[in-house]
Ligand binder design. Structure first.
Ligand SMILES: *Cc1c(COP(=O)(O)O)cnc(C)c1O
Length: 465
């Protein structure tokens, strides 16, 4: 063992090799050094684990360099990378939620490479306000008196609670104390905002009188939270936003609705869910409305705050607003996405999230046949690909009961288990993310385009042959 360890080349020697010198032309020296050290380290560990029976295979400088080259390649790969989403979950929180429209992407590129009027009033030649770039379009689309945008909806909620109810009580129904993925919990956000949670009603039933009974001179806000990712069914009673708005007016207390996944498009008219649109929510008469930019809106990560100017002014003036502000790339993408909604029909086609949700079943069937055909044409023995009826999920804490009929390709192989196929597809490049059901790997074409379908066929070929 000692002999073998002694024979290992030093990093300095490996650095002199021609191959290593070539790497240095196109790779940062720190990464080359790290690759060499890691390769040497692994070799040392292999030696210590016990010599391979009667051979010194893998211990030569040449072998170490082959390993180092592989490591260097991996070190150069970006950490944040593209994946193929074959899960059919449209607003997939772990896979980046919404894809941006081409228009939004173009605008982001334009704004990122040049100076802009981000906070500059061109006609006045003076300092301007960044939220101006989305305020007018948000007002036009929703009828709100005033609007602003921040980093995400969690910040929007935090900022509103902190501005309107710090040191005061916020009345919320027990049926709406939501936890959203990534540990956004209404009671905890409330605590951090400095507001005090006043729970009313029960899990399944909350009446208007429950709110009314709890109102005191210390009540700062009546809050309604969209139960985004669950639904209480059966013997239930929920107070509508309209009723709550009326109660707020009667007692002169602001009413806020955290809509979560605000949609501008009337998805119900496409047979998708039964959520109110942002406009309908605004028309219910609440004073403040908050929702995400990258859920059903289909834009970049952002949080929208709409409402009366008398509330928006202090919200925007809150020092926290500076800490939670939206950046210029997001703003460019958001403005472009919002502008697309001026033509709803076009928006439904051009905003990827909306298209994936509203595409006709025939389109999904077309993509399903394309994928099934491609897989069968590989002629791999033992491989079975069948088209089956399934349900897709909206994701992103929207439409938890969503019935989105789809056709999936179910893949099975007589030697590899579904788990083996799923993990190989996931780890190989391109990373293909699938789900497993009843011993089969499912591909849902709802979230796939034709190019990706071709790549999936190639990926399956690679892992099975
Ligand atoms: C998703 C959601 C949030 C958090 O929004 P982000 O944009 O993820 O910060 C807050 N409230 C509700 C009801 C939600 O659905």
């Amino acid at each position: 063992m000692k002999e073998l360890l002694k024979k290992l080349p030093a990093v300095d020697e490996l650095l002199k090799e021609n191959k290593t010198q070539q790497w240095l032309d196109s790779h940062p020296r720190v990464l080359v050094l790290e690759a060499l050290r890691t390769a040497l380290d692994r070799t040392r560990k292999r030696i210590l684990a016990g010599p391979p029976a009667g051979s010194e295979a893998g211990l030569s400088a040449e072998q170490i360099l082959i390993e180092a080259e592989r490591i260097l390649f991996e070190l150069n790969e970006p950490s944040l990378c593209s994946v193929i989403n074959a899960t059919g979950v449209v607003v997939h929180t772990n896979l980046g939620r919404s894809l941006l429209s081409e228009t939004a992407i173009r605008r982001m590129i334009e704004v990122s490479g040049s100076y802009s009027n981000l906070e500059y009033d061109i006609p006045a030649g003076d300092r301007g306000k960044r939220y101006i770039h989305v305020e007018n379009i948000l007002r036009r689309l929703t009828g709100a008196e005033a609007a602003t945008a921040v980093n995400n909806n969690a910040s929007a909620v935090l900022l509103c609670l902190n501005t309107l109810a710090r040191g005061k009580e916020v009345i919320v129904s027990r049926g709406e104390l939501v936890e959203i993925g990534g540990s956004f919990r209404v009671p905890e956000v409330m605590e951090r905002s400095g507001a005090k949670l006043r729970e009313v009603g029960t899990t399944n039933k909350t009446h208007l009188k429950d709110y009314e009974k709890s109102i005191t001179e210390n009540t700062g806000l009546l809050l309604k939270v969209h139960t985004s990712n669950y639904k209480i069914v059966g013997f239930t009673k929920e107070v509508s936003a309209q009723e709550l708005a009326g109660l707020g007016k009667k007692h002169n207390i602001p009413v806020m609705w955290d809509l979560g996944s605000g949609s501008f498009l009337d998805l119900a008219s496409y047979g998708v869910g039964d959520e109110p649109t942002v406009k309908q929510a605004m028309d219910a008469g609440v004073d403040i409305l908050t929702f995400s930019g990258d859920k059903l809106l289909g834009g970049p990560q952002a949080g929208m705050v709409l409402g009366r100017t008398s509330f928006l002014d202090p919200i925007r003036a809150n020092p926290l607003a500076r800490a939670l502000r939206i950046d210029k790339l997001t703003l460019a993408a958001l403005e472009a996405t919002l502008a697309q909604y001026l033509d709803m029909k076009k928006a439904a086609r051009d905003i990827p999230t909306l298209w994936m949700l509203t595409q006709p079943l025939q389109e999904i069937e077309r993509k399903a046949s394309l994928l099934a055909g491609g897989l069968r044409a590989l002629g791999i023995t033992g491989l079975a690909a069948t088209v089956q009826d399934e349900q897709s999920q909206t994701g992103g804490g929207a439409l938890p009961m969503g019935n989105l009929p789809t056709r999936v390709i179910a893949l099975a192989h007589d030697r590899l288990s579904a788990n083996q196929i799923e993990s190989r597809l996931r780890i190989d490049k391109p990373h293909v993310i699938t789900r497993i059901k009843e011993g089969m790997v499912l591909f849902d074409p709802r979230t796939l385009n034709d190019g990706e379908i071709g790549k999936i066929v190639e990926a399956v070929k690679k892992i099975l042959t």
